[in-house]
Design a protein around this ligand. Sequence first.
Ligand code: G3P
Length: 218
Amino acid sequence: MKFFIDTANLAQIEEANNLGVLDGVTTNPSLMAKEGIKGEENVKNHYLKICSIVDGPVSAEVISTEFDGMIKEGIELAALHPNIVVKVPCTKDGIRAVKHFTDNGIQTNCTLVFSVGQALLAAKAGATYVSPFVGRLDDISSSGIELVAKIVDMYSTYGYKTQVLAASIRSTQHIIDCVEVGADVATCPLSAILGLLKHPLTDSGLATFLADFKKVQE
Ligand code: G3P
């Protein structure tokens, strides 16, 4: 399973990239706003900075809600760097835009997906990635991971090439759940990725090894 980091914070992106296991980055307008990135030029420069850190797909989301605006924005974003993936919301105009980008060789991430039906439309439009939002479904007492599993099954049944990118991942357990249902990608906060490292037996085992080594040195 691939790991993307879900942030626009450059320090966190660098820290995750330095682990050597990072495959890409996803952002969204809220994450950009959280970093205080305002204005078209600053936003574009920020994407370029991210692309200079990580050698992998970087999702950059359009702000327009109607087809023509999405196409204009998406073409500009895709022209920034070969690793840019244009992120488009799963709406009527968004699905049309995904199809248009697919037909023109531009990679897409169809986002804000909360149902199997939406994921079906994204795949039929040729999306490179589909982003079911796990945490936000859990927030309303619906199972986000069950949705990821259903989409994985549906794509496998029909042979769709769209990759299932589990988004709105909030915890390390969510990552493990994604592994169990066969998600292609999980896009995660840094804390959830680092959580995978934690095990008390690793800590106590290492402490014992070091203490024993010290004894024979004395
Ligand atoms: O990848 C989508 C993600 O950024 C949304 O996460 O935690 O705002 O639901 P969250």
